[in-house]
Design a protein around this ligand. Structure first.
Ligand code: ZN
Length: 140
């Protein structure tokens, strides 16, 4: 969660003790699949758990066909490296702004290991995609 190493030898009551954190909290549909689990210091895990994240598109973006963000995140966790389309935007500028917002929001709420990108076929809307960085998986 804080990106610092976790010492597996620390006693269970210490703030830095190793715990298993759910990347996507169970309250938001996260499960116990290994792709959704990571090591966290006890105090980092507790601090994060007390502020369950909200993630909604800001009104300033006009997203047509927006996917609900948590189900997309859940799918992306299950399929690291695969791009999931989360929304269609009308212009390149708007799509890039939405991409930057989403990357920042995911990093704030879920930690590192997320990528966003904008794709366009030459006509039609710009597609905003998100994926879980395959190297972000924690080996348990
Ligand atoms: Zn930590």
């Amino acid at each position: 969660v804080c990106e610092r190493p976790v010492d597996l030898g620390v006693g269970p009551t210490a703030p830095g003790a190793p715990t298993i954190d759910h990347v996507l909290p169970k309250a938001l549909g996260g499960d116990d699949h290994p792709s959704n689990l990571r090591l966290a210091h006890r105090h980092c895990n507790g601090r994060r758990g007390s502020r369950l994240p909200e993630l909604h598109w800001p009104a300033r973006f006009i997203v047509s066909d927006p996917a609900p963000l948590w189900p997309v995140v859940r799918r992306a966790l299950r399929r690291p490296g695969e791009w999931e389309v989360v929304g269609l935007l009308a212009s390149a500028r708007e799509a890039e702004e939405a991409s930057a917002w989403l990357a920042g929001a995911l990093a704030d709420v879920l930690g590192q290991g997320w990528e966003t990108r904008v794709a366009h076929d030459g006509s039609g809307p710009w597609r905003l995609g998100v994926r879980r960085d395959p190297s972000a998986r924690v080996a348990l």
